[in-house]
Write a protein that binds this ligand. Structure first.
Ligand SMILES: Nc1nc2c(ncn2[C@@H]2O[C@H](COP(=O)(O)OP(=O)(O)O)[C@@H](O)[C@H]2O)c(=O)[nH]1
Ligand SMILES: [Mg+2]
Length: 446
């Protein structure tokens, strides 16, 4: 995990970069403070663990502290800090993740006491967004949130930024440097705000252009911990295309998926919804998720065993509306049926008209139902038959080759070209609607 990595450190145009930190496989200890004796502690820790894993950390320990309110200096009580320090030492942890908002000085004091890096919930979420933002707007929006986060902590203490800026071995610049950084932060924030206004205007055009891409994209959306990544891996693990140029990138959240009829689609694992998302991160979250709005199909993953699942469904739908993805074709995937004791099944919801698939990403039951539902939703079923082309229809012939499998080609007795094709229904419709081609597909004669 790269703590607070900026999206631009991952290959975009490199600009001023406040967030360069040493990379490494982080071993993390999770800390949750239970302030009201709530029963949701395990749930909260499960979510934090999912977040930590999305960021690339290995969770080696989970610690719960119960106290009425946080300690001003260390956030946790003295005894707890000592215990935590021991566990960090035993587990050789690199990182402690605290499931709350820490002040800059609490973070710093904890780091000193624990001898390892400490990150609060906001910092962790920002790191995930930074790793996940793909669109230009998303990257800008995340950087803006990062800068504002840093700026809000600059007032209190300098050592903190110094650490974030330079990383290990870069300690020591004085007050002048602080003033300089403060000014630079301000300038950069203004600059980003201006660019975002421009980028937003350009967005619509870009989106329309991308919609015309040949391979459909299917995006997994839903709350963190619903099982999106497990499902993503399950669905795509059968095929690994090491030499496929499109996927030979470092992006681990896009993969090729082959539907039962053989058609390839791109499956995208998107950034998860987060309970109690700090309000200053909402804009960054939305623009990181926005690429889902460019998909042809959404798989809304829900934890079927979650007692609050209906509420979660509504919340996800509200945000999808906000990012203009509410009208996209969508399949509801009720995951974790192994926990509910219900059989996997596929049904159409009589109220919404939406396809619902009940399955378990872990046991694998019901996966084939989902693959079929995706195929149906994309209209991916194939039309198999023969078309006849006149000699002057060379361009159409080229187009057919480009689109799908032309299985055989020969001349018939009238000198016309006879192509045996197997085309996606959607491609056939597109030829008809967009390119005005009326193709008569005849059955293949024996
Ligand atoms: N029992 C059960 N657990 C699951 C299932 N799918 C995922 N999980 C678990 O739920 C947790 C969150 O899964 P993950 O894929 O990381 O969720 P994400 O945050 O939506 O990507 C992990 O501990 C998974 O092992 C399932 O079908 N059944
Ligand atoms: Mg995930």
């Amino acid at each position: 995990m790269r703590i607070l990595a900026t999206p631009e450190s991952r290959g975009g145009a490199s600009e001023l970069n406040f967030f360069e930190r040493p990379a490494g496989g982080e071993r993390a200890v999770l800390v949750h403070l239970d302030m009201d004796g709530g029963q949701d502690v395990e749930l909260a820790l499960d979510e934090l663990q999912s977040l930590a894993e999305s960021a690339g950390a290995d969770v080696i320990d989970r610690v719960v502290s119960r106290r009425a309110r946080p300690d001003a200096r260390y956030f946790l009580g003295k005894g707890r800090v000592e215990e935590l320090a021991a566990r960090v030492g035993e587990g050789q942890a690199d990182l402690v993740l605290v499931n709350h908002a820490l002040s800059a000085s609490q973070e710093r004091n904890l780091e000193k006491a624990l001898g390892c890096q400490v990150l609060d919930r906001t910092g962790l979420i920002l790191d995930i967004f930074a790793q996940r933002a793909r669109s230009h707007e998303g990257k800008l929006q995340v950087e803006l949130a990062q800068l504002r986060h840093v700026a809000s902590r600059l007032v209190r203490g300098w050592t903190h930024l110094e650490r974030q800026k330079g990383g290990i071995g870069m300690r020591g610049p004085g007050e002048t440097q602080l003033e300089l950084d403060r000014r630079m932060l301000g300038v950069r924030i203004k600059q980003l705000e201006r660019r975002l206004v421009k980028v937003r205007k350009q967005r619509e055009q870009g989106r329309q252009a991308r919609r015309r891409q040949e391979m459909p994209t299917v995006s997994l959306v839903g709350y963190t911990n619903a099982g999106k990544s497990t499902l993503f891996n399950r669905l795509t693990s059968a095929h690994v295309y090491a030499d496929d140029r499109l996927f030979a990138t470092l992006d681990t959240t896009l993969r090729r998926l082959e539907l039962p009829a053989g058609d390839p689609v791109i499956l995208a694992d998107t950034v998860g919804f987060i309970r109690d998302l700090p309000h200053q991160l909402v804009a960054a979250f939305h623009s990181t998720l926005e690429e889902a709005a460019e998909s042809q199909l959404l798989l809304q993953v829900v934890d079927a065993s979650d007692p609050n699942r209906d509420e979660s469904i509504r919340e996800v739908e509200a945000v999808l509306d906000e990012i203009e993805a509410g009208e996209l074709p969508r399949i509801l995937v009720y995951n974790k049926v192994d926990r509910t004791g219900r059989a996997p099944r596929r049904q159409r919801n009589p109220d919404t008209g939406r396809d619902e698939v009940w399955l378990s990403a872990v046991s694998g039951e019901g996966l084939e139902l989902l693959a079929e539902a995706i195929q149906d939703a994309l209209g991916a079923e194939r039309v198999h038959g023969v078309v006849h082309l006149r000699p002057d229809e060379g361009r159409l012939r080229a187009r057919l080759f480009e689109l799908g499998q032309v299985l055989a080609e020969r001349y018939d007795d009238d000198g016309r070209l006879q192509l045996e094709i197997s085309l996606r229904r959607t491609d056939l419709d597109r030829l008809h609607d967009r390119e005005g081609v009326a193709l008569r597909v005849e059955p293949v004669s024996a």
